[in-house]
Design a protein around this ligand. Sequence first.
Ligand code: FPP
Length: 299
Amino acid sequence: MFRGRESAASAPPVDGVPRHVAIIMDGNGRWARQRHLPRIAGHRKGAAAVRATVQACGELGIEHLTLFAFSSENWRRPADEVSALMELFATAIEQEVSRLHEHGVCFRVIGDRARFEPRLQQLIADAESTTAGNRRMTLTIAANYGGRWDITQAVNRLLAERAQHAEPAGPISEGDLAAHLSLADAPEPDLFIRTGGETRISNFLLWQLAYTELWFTERLWPDFGAQDIQDAVEAFRNRERRFGRTSDQIRRAPANPADRSLDRSPDRSPDRLMVAVREVEVTLPRHANDPVPKVVGAG
Ligand code: FPP
């Protein structure tokens, strides 16, 4: 249903809670160094932060969470760190998949997995097939992923398909290409978060981040938690997303009744409205600029 979009064709509805959050988890090594621990200790604590973040995003009603766990460039790290990261990834899948499944989370991996050990490839495939039917939230892990790799593989797949169907060579549209990207079936990220103080995209979802709101924090990834997600969502809600339109047009645009946005009508009482966001009930603020609701029970 998200296939075939042209970036100039339509603007997605502007909503109070981002549908899709994409995160570069940075700062594990520094977190460990500050404590005179080996880098892998930072990655282990980072895995715990992943768990807390998935829970917090689920409770806020975020539908898609995409995490950059290992870039195409991370193979350049010391061999022992790379193998420790692969082991941590495998262990996390083994330990977490049943819990994700119980909570209705669809687990997916994007990236070139051919370079992974066969055991890790099998764990990924099993986890994906176990959770494929879940609809509450999609957790996508980008592993051996790069934005340039993604665009290149999309073009190659598109050309191969055309050749296979003996289609005449013709220009490729944005929609053709977008439909072959790794996240073709997800909405483009509304909110991008990077921890660890760097302000770069670092070859993450290059195509998909074209209109995404960017939010950077000094917080090191292992220290990241529910409060940070809430701060990021609050900042997001105060942004004006124009998608090429003018401020005036945005202010005049009626709320899209099909979206799951907050009811911001001024004449409704009581002051705070109880709104069910999927299976989670949260108290949503009445006005767009009110603080983001507190997540209950997130670590
Ligand atoms: C960046 O911090 C982090 C990584 C390259 C790995 C991310 C891995 C995890 C969060 C743990 C496991 C993930 C999953 C999905 C189970 P860095 O090492 O570059 O930190 P530094 O910049 O401080 O050195």
